[in-house]
Design a protein around this ligand. Sequence first.
Ligand code: GDP
Ligand code: IMO
Ligand code: MG
Length: 420
Amino acid sequence: MVTIVLGAQFGDEGKGKITDLLSQSATVCCRAAGGHNAGHTIVHDDITYDFHILPSGLVSPSCINLIGAGTVVHIPSFFKELAAIEAKGLKDANTRIFISDRAHVCFDLHSVVDGLEEAVLGGRKVGTTGKGIGPCYADKAARRGVRVGEVLEEGVVERKLRSLAAGYTRRYGELNYDVEEELGRFNTYRTLLKPFIVDQLAFMRKHKSSPTTLVEGANALMLDIDHGTYPYVTSSCTGLGGAIQGLSLNPTSITSIVGVVKAYSTRVGSGPFPTEQINAIGEKLQTVGREFGVTTGRKRRCGWLDLVMCRYSKEINCYTALNLTKLDILDDFDEIKVAVAYKVDGKELESFPADLEVLEKIEVEYDTLPGWKSNTLGTTKWEDLPPNAQKYVEYIERDLAVPVKWIGTGPSRSHMIERA
Ligand code: GDP
Ligand code: IMO
Ligand code: MG
């Protein structure tokens, strides 16, 4: 049985929290794509864990974790994150984490190039996390990248990294980058990394009897390289297709696809955001929702829930259940809006448009629902939600025709309503 958790909007929906919850009864938890651009926060009583490249399943003591073939891995971040969670009490984390030998290595060089590419774009910059994700996937697609398994082979990283650095120097001139320093570190990684590297197929076969394999989506559908708001996207396949491809999953083994939907919308970085509220409402969502990026500390742009976008996301990712998150952040609004249609020149669009120029022109049509003006923080029972909060959830459920199985009412694992 495979359960896949996917972000339905622009990221930061709360994928980490539901992954942590579900991984308590999973044997294996895997990341399929993306890299340390992800930032997943998990709150347990008084401990807060920030995961970037490591899967959130590490918090559950008996869960084994895999960083799959579709990912890009920045090795120093991997070790740093591992040390950080071990210091927070997850002492055996290093015995429960593995990396596919086919995942790609994200170098410091990629991060330097990421910055240069953004600088060239000027006002049209993507607003990346600066972690080198785009250049790393570009090198992978150009067939000159380094796979994690190759780190173990003497001389390969040296040959390939020098060649990459020379290529970028030809393109950008002198780089603010020391190839010798980065290569030096790889000498130690050759030994340090060895116990973590696995053949993904053999690994999966070994855990075949696992009652549940959990896939932790990173980034989100609207940041997908094919289906997102290109070019304002990340450089991997962040949806259902990416999960299957990156982990070589048997599609018939997938029993549940959980779409994580924030009760409003947020976006970090540039790019279209039809329901963005650049006003007091947006500021209130940002402040009450503590909407700051985990990876870069940037303020997240905020706006109303966009059902046109969520319907598009659902059609691509085939959600079987939803986790509506951060409902508690809407506790103090007199009324709550949801986008229900996009119109251009008075005519409703069929779907979320590909053309950014069209997106700039659209008029968003909203439905307005009454707020509930009462505290839902920490609520664990559906019956304890105020009637207007229940109506809000049911409205979304009806519109998307997918059951809302979990409702987030606070940051902690226990702040969740689970519906039958
Ligand atoms: P992810 O990238 O999808 O895992 O989401 P992030 O961790 O980047 O951002 C979600 C933030 O909201 C984190 O700080 C979570 O601790 C927090 N969070 C998750 N679910 C809820 C919820 O239901 N209510 C509140 N108030 N906070 C939540
Ligand atoms: P999680 O997993 C929010 C955004 C960046 C930028 C664009 C490209 O925490 O939901 P990149 O560095 O990937 O080349 O940046 O994608 N982005 C995210 N935004 N949450 C994320 O991950 C993101 N991962 C990438 O802000 O706009
Ligand atoms: Mg995040």
